[in-house]
Ligand binder design. Structure first.
Ligand SMILES: Nc1ncnc2c1ncn2[C@@H]1O[C@H](COP(=O)(O)OP(=O)(O)O)[C@@H](O)[C@H]1O
Ligand SMILES: [Mg+2]
Length: 304
């Protein structure tokens, strides 16, 4: 098979692991930067082409013949990356997380709506339009509360406002800068810890408990959080799998937080990192992703 991984930093652990594993399984894999692509549309009949320019001054070449795409681009490349996923899907390539699912996961408010619609437990949250008075919005929640930019990741854009006045001033500042944010109840009893559940298809293949560092409520590894292997109970497993499915993802990193009223889904990541979770769980997740992709391709060939 011929795979294309869309990624801006091929040296990252996750990309290297997926590349080595795909090759080990006998596949060919290119790793290309979505921002170096040109998408071309033409009519009668509709025609979808993608060109790639390796570097400035170089002649572009046509990309084609990929059986599947593995999207691993960051949030700064979401728009272009997703446009590429749709373009390649129109050519008949499969995606390990398609464009729609990816876009669902990259918008924190949209994700929460879809999760809640699927009957999944999420923290109480608010999203105010730009003309809605900040202090009135904040009055509709309890303090302390968490503010989140809709497109943030790795803990960046997640802010704790201890007092209503701080939440109001942060909301006004972000509003002025045109950065949309949501407000969320702060789950203090979680003690700066969460559960990262790695879901592939309808299975949780690995999970870890992450504990935020000292004086840090965010448990993200990128913010100094420490991971340890954890076995999920039946309820946590069911919620994690259902959360991935609610967004339409094949592969997901579901973040659960343990509240006094049970586990709540914080967010669902469409390109979850492999390093910390492979190291803490000892599970070859890259292999499980490639095997899942092989099965998905085989199933689609059978259908056509
Ligand atoms: N409502 C909340 N209450 C308590 N802690 C939270 C809450 N929301 C997020 N956190 C902490 O912040 C971290 C990052 O939040 P998350 O929503 O997962 O965004 P990101 O995409 O940046 O990882 C979580 O892993 C969790 O530790
Ligand atoms: Mg997270």
């Amino acid at each position: 098979m011929k795979f294309l991984m869309l990624c801006r930093e091929p040296r990252l652990y996750s990309c290297r692991r997926l590349l080595d594993t795909a090759r080990h399984c006998g596949h060919q894999m290119d790793i290309l930067d979505p921002n170096r692509c040109l998408l071309k549309l033409s009519q009668n009949p509709p025609h979808f082409e993608v060109y790639y320019q390796t570097e400035r001054g170089r002649s572009p070449y046509l990309l084609s013949g990929y059986d599947a795409l593995i999207p691993r681009f960051g949030s700064a490349s979401t728009y272009t990356g997703c446009a590429l996923l749709r373009h390649f899907a129109a050519q008949g390539s499969l995606c390990l997380n398609d464009e729609t699912a990816f876009l669902n996961a990259r918008d924190k408010w949209r994700s929460l709506q879809l999760l809640a619609q699927a009957g999944l437990p999420v923290p109480s949250s608010l999203f105010a339009g730009s003309e809605y008075e900040s202090k009135v919005a904040v009055r509709q929640t309890k303090s302390p509360l968490v503010l989140k930019t809709l497109k943030g990741s790795q803990g960046i854009g997640v802010i704790l406002a201890e007092k209503p006045q701080s939440a109001v001033s942060m909301l006004e500042t972000l509003g002025q800068a045109n950065v949309p944010v949501l407000l969320q109840e702060f789950i203090a009893e979680a003690g700066s810890a969460d559960l990262r559940c790695f879901v592939i298809g309808d299975r949780v293949v690995a999970a870890m408990r992450r504990q935020g560092g000292e004086e840090e409520f965010r448990a993200n590894c990128h913010r100094g959080g420490r991971g340890e292997k954890v076995l999920l109970n039946e309820q946590q497993t069911r919620i994690a799998v259902a959360a991935s499915r609610a967004l339409g993802l094949d592969v997901a990193g579901v973040d659960l937080i343990l509240s006094a009223n049970g586990p709540l889904v914080l967010e669902v990541n469409a390109s979850p990192g492999l390093e910390m979770i492979e190291k803490t769980s000892g599970i070859d997740i890259a292999l499980q992703m490639i095997v899942y992709l092989e099965k998905k391709i085989a199933a689609s060939v059978k259908m056509t």
